[in-house]
Design a protein around this ligand. Structure first.
Ligand SMILES: [Zn+2]
Length: 154
């Protein structure tokens, strides 16, 4: 669909479970990664690879009526491991209202367009929290951890 709308865009679909062993094959040579992961373990594998291969990474996570979005640009702001040094608990089931990932995905697209075109101010060094229950949006500053095991040396 995207490639039909714009012949300048190259789309390559891959169906695979991302592991440390195949992450390079799945996402190498891309301009930006948009995080649609449903678990923290995979998200960290992608984060770590993006940091070492200098690939921008637009993260979103959802729970119930809440979402969070941040944009990671290696060398310019914190990575996911700076923001979340310890893995959050992985609940067996997560109840999510469909509108929550739809909202976050739209915001991720906006962030991706901003990264690719260079317009606006991406959420680098900031995390947007969307609270659908109260319909409140808050952006908080997030800092790079110079001792981060993933990006501390970049
Ligand atoms: Zn980091």
């Amino acid at each position: 669909m995207v490639a039909r709308a714009n012949s300048q865009i190259e789309v390559e679909a891959t169906v695979a479970e991302i592991t440390k062993g195949n992450v390079q094959n799945v996402i190498e040579d891309v301009d930006v990664v948009v995080d649609g992961q449903d678990n923290w373990k995979t998200r960290c594998i992608v984060n770590d690879y993006c940091m070492t291969d200098n690939i921008p990474f637009v993260h979103a996570g959802v729970y119930a009526l809440h979402g969070q979005i941040t944009t990671i640009v290696p060398g310019k702001g914190p990575c996911l491991r700076c923001i979340f040094p310890k893995d959050p608990p992985e609940p067996e089931k997560i109840l999510v209202l469909g509108a929550t990932p739809a909202l976050c995905a739209s915001l991720q697209v906006m962030e991706t367009v901003k990264l690719v075109t260079g317009i606006g101010s991406p959420l680098v060094g900031r995390t947007l929290f969307a609270n659908g229950r109260e319909m409140a949006f808050e952006t908080v500053e997030v800092k790079r951890n110079v001792e981060c095991p993933v990006c501390g040396n970049l």
